[in-house]
Design a protein around this ligand. Structure first.
Ligand SMILES: [Zn+2]
Ligand SMILES: [Zn+2]
Length: 94
């Protein structure tokens, strides 16, 4: 199990805050889940270096995507579910 470093986590916090501020300012808008259309969505980043390029996914499909990414061996950081960021959900601590 690979855990993100402190800096990784700090960076993700910053990204999460950017998304929230951009939402508040109307720069980006929440979209329904791109898989099932549910309106209760979380922001997913394919690329954390582009904080405002997000994909919107409900909790279930967000988890599914991360599972698939982990299986595919993409983004080693995804081996740890604590890296999840969602506009509504805090980074998980467990
Ligand atoms: Zn969904
Ligand atoms: Zn994600």
């Amino acid at each position: 199990m690979k855990y993100p470093t402190y800096d990784d986590r700090l960076y993700r916090c910053t990204v999460r805050r950017s998304v929230r501020l951009a939402l508040d300012d109307g720069i980006i808008k929440k979209q329904p889940c791109e898989v099932c259309g549910l309106l209760d969505v979380e922001a997913h980043h394919d690329d954390y270096s582009k904080p405002l390029e997000v994909r919107w996914l409900c909790r279930k499909h967000h988890l599914d995507l991360h599972k698939a990414l982990r299986k595919a061996g993409l983004w080693p950081a995804y081996n740890d579910k604590r890296v999840f960021i969602g506009v509504n959900s805090p980074i998980e601590e467990n």
